[in-house]
Design a protein around this ligand. Structure first.
Ligand code: SIN
Length: 316
């Protein structure tokens, strides 16, 4: 894991843009790019390198259109929709996410939604969960509604050796119904069960580009650890999914109008803070398709080595 220093101001290779670390562990604000324009191949490489290095990138003051949002996403791969969350009219690639992961807030929903554990990596119920999410703030409350991101490699790195040994070859099951099942009709639930049977993923996931190892279970979608008795599975899963709550692994992002946030969904979890009721919050997400998670047996490469291909060292 590489730590950012306060005041770092890192030029991105080959483009007139800078990454300003937003926290010591993960996150950086990118300045000097206009996302209303197509990015040059150099700029795409630079942003991808910064994403690998910082895991979540913040672009402020980007009043982009829906087409710009989609084009930016396509620079990094094919896009996908979502089987439950609604999308922007005319744009199936842009999810329209209100309040608690698309669940409309009401006085009666609030006492359940507000204290719920909302930490997750997106769509881990898929065989190949997404590579990245690109979120645009559309309607924000005057106060609150921050999003918190956590570095799942840092979490893995700090696990006690006996836990690392225990989970090394284990897989866990991820199920869409755990998160979305209770809020859809019986018919829709049956359809989701048919189209999205539970998927097993390694608990230790190797990042396909950096080689870093990540803890790959989350509270929202992971239901059980395979091959363990129910009580042992539940106890270990709770221990593992609770690690993300430690502030040491997090960066908390305070939104401003027209900000775009781009996270590496293979390397992070996130949490949208639901503290703004009765005010309103609406975000729009473009989702970049990913690949099937795997665990490479202890073949670790440092992120810094990969990122150095794209991010120059700070001058002087
Ligand atoms: C998401 O989980 O994609 C949305 C996060 C947010 O609303 O901040």
């Amino acid at each position: 894991m590489s730590f950012a220093a306060p005041g770092d101001f890192i030029p991105l290779a080959d483009v007139a843009a800078r990454a300003i670390p937003a926290g010591p562990v993960l996150g950086a604000e990118i300045v000097g790019l206009d996302l209303r324009e197509p990015l040059s191949p150099d700029a795409v490489s630079a942003v991808r390198g910064a994403l690998l290095r910082f895991k979540v990138l913040f672009f402020r003051d980007q009043d982009i259109s829906h087409r710009d949002h989609i084009r930016f996403g396509r620079h990094f791969g094919d896009l996908e929709g979502h089987p439950v969350t609604t999308h922007v009219e005319g744009h199936p690639e842009i999810l329209s996410i209100e309040a608690a992961d698309g669940l409309k807030l009401t006085e009666s929903v609030l006492p359940i939604a507000r204290p719920a554990n909302k930490w997750h990596t997106d769509v881990t119920f898929r065989e190949a969960p997404s590579m990245a999410g690109i979120l645009r703030m559309r309607r924000m409350p005057e106060l609150g509604g921050d999003t918190i991101f956590a570095d799942t490699a840092a979490i893995y790195e700090d696990l006690p050796p006996q836990i690392k040994d225990k989970i090394e070859t284990l897989e866990a099951e991820h199920d869409i119904l755990q998160s979305f099942g209770y809020r859809v009709s019986d018919e829709k639930r049956a359809e989701l069960r048919r189209n999205y049977p539970p998927k097993a993923h390694p608990i230790v996931r190797t990042h396909p580009e950096t080689g870093e190892r990540h803890l790959f279970v989350n509270h929202v979608f992971t239901t059980r650890i395979l091959g363990l008795p129910d009580n042992e599975s539940a106890e270990l899963l709770k221990y593992l999914t609770d690690r993300v709550k430690a502030p040491e692994y997090q960066v908390r992002f305070r939104w401003s109008e027209n900000t775009i946030v781009f996270w590496d969904n293979r390397a992070t979890q996130h949490y949208a803070v639901l503290d703004y009721w009765p005010h309103d919050r609406l975000v729009e997400r473009v989702t970049v398709k990913g690949d099937k998670p795997y665990r490479a047996p202890l073949a670790k490469r440092s992120t810094a080595i990969v990122a150095d291909q794209f991010v120059e060292a700070a001058a002087g």
